[in-house]
Ligand binder design. Structure first.
Ligand SMILES: *Cc1c(COP(=O)(O)O)cnc(C)c1O
Length: 395
């Protein structure tokens, strides 16, 4: 049987996905499940969405031929410039889509979870744009570590609520957001920030981010005379920028998909976020997927120098791409990522987000042929990571 890389009628990608949530959350999810496709496929929705992507986000983002990087590695490297999106990363593609969806569902209040604060900022941004109240849940430890993003969210008018339970990081913030949603089922929409969570979120977010691969196809056709590259490379935290960059290539089996996770201090060091490679099947935030867990099934704390990659799970689409071997999963250490980030800065004048630096590091790790077309999704810019770069390189 041919593999499908899209959800089935139960919201599953192969053996992964679904919706494992408390009964009290079912009504919210049922409403979303029954309406999201109709809304997304509605002409008026698409018109408004495409207009905002163009005029507000700044799409289409360039597909930039990186000449000096290509010369260095003896292959053809194109960078999909999601770093040039408004707010500096791909995350806003999803929040713009979901805020329009929320309005059509008649919701008057928005909640979201955030780890490093990037999704919180992207959510607070579109709430300001639409004049909707916005509550962001964020781990108390992350609030301390990510002060500039907390300030941004507040300036944009959002209320930031610290999650003080558990490890006081992303997974605890997510639990708090889910609790809020259960208590406010009729007026509130929960904007999840990646292709994670219960059905229909992974499919919803993947569709909203799929604009990335749609543009890549069109842009490659213009410059190379063909729509398909040989490789698409993207970093994976929860998996949304990779899902967007892979989406329209999933069925094109001659396009090799490379998913890059964070090895932290090394895959076997006990301090990593190489979820697919180390993970076992389990349930996290309402979805059956691969996640890092101890022998007795406790979720283990992930580690990466990059705050956007240290999620203990991965979206169910990626778990399926891993199991079915449709995508190759590679883990890159902090050290190799930081080197690759510095190299891109010096060779191309682009300072990438450290998440993205993990994807860039693959050029050093893998050999590509001279006429290979390699597209790397440049998920975000490095401004937010400047302090980490400074501390690391001792500038
Ligand atoms: C959040 C983030 C990521 C990781 O999230 P995904 O859902 O895996 O894309 C990657 N890059 C940047 C720049 C981010 O802000």
């Amino acid at each position: 049987m041919k593999n499908s890389y899209h959800i089935d009628e139960k919201g599953c990608y192969g053996e992964f996905g679904g919706a494992f949530v408390p009964e009290m959350l079912q009504p919210n999810l049922t409403e979303l499940k029954e309406q999201y496709l109709n809304i997304l496929e509605d002409d008026q929705f698409q018109e408004e969405f495409q207009d905002l992507l163009k005029q507000y986000v700044g799409r289409p983002t360039p597909l930039y031929y990186a000449k000096r990087l290509s010369e260095t590695y003896g292959t053809k490297v194109y960078l999909k410039r999601e770093d040039l999106c408004h707010t500096g990363a791909h995350k806003v593609n999803n929040t713009v889509g979901q805020i329009l969806l929320a309005k059509r569902l008649g919701k008057k209040r928005i909640i979201a979870e955030t780890g490093a604060g990037q999704h919180g900022v992207a959510t607070a941004t579109v709430c300001a744009l639409m004049g909707l109240p916005c509550v962001i849940y964020m781990g108390a430890i992350d609030i301390e570590r990510q002060a500039p993003n907390v300030a941004r969210m507040k300036m944009l008018g959002a209320t930031v609520i610290p999650a003080k339970s558990g490890s006081k990081t992303l997974k605890d913030a997510t639990n708090e957001a889910i609790r809020d949603w259960i208590s406010n089922p009729t007026d509130t929409h929960y904007i999840i920030g990646s292709v994670v969570g219960p059905h229909p979120y992974p499919d919803l977010v993947a569709r909203l981010q799929s604009i990335i691969s749609k543009e890549i196809k069109k842009q490659l056709l213009e410059v190379e005379g063909k729509e398909n590259p040989d490789y698409v490379i993207a970093c994976v935290g929860g998996g949304s920028n990779a899902a967007g960059a892979f989406y329209h290539f999933l069925e094109e089996e001659n396009v090799k998909l490379l998913a890059v996770e964070a090895a932290g201090k090394g895959v076997d060091s006990g301090e990593s976020a190489a979820t697919s490679i180390l993970g076992k099947t389990g349930i996290i935030h309402g979805s059956k997927t691969l996640l890092m867990q101890s022998k007795d099934g406790q979720i283990t704390e992930p580690y990466s120098i990059s705050a956007g990659l240290d999620y203990p799970g991965v979206g169910p689409l990626h778990a399926h791409l891993f199991k079915s071997k449709r995508a190759d999963f590679v883990a890159i250490t902090d050290e190799d990522a930081m080197k690759a980030g510095l190299q891109l800065s010096k060779l191309e004048g682009i300072i990438p987000a450290i998440e993205t630096s993990h994807a860039l590091a693959l050029l050093e790790q893998k050999t590509f042929k001279e006429d290979d077309i390699v597209v790397i999704n440049l998920s975000g810019r490095g401004d937010k990571d400047l302090q980490t770069y400074i501390d690391y390189f001792k500038y």
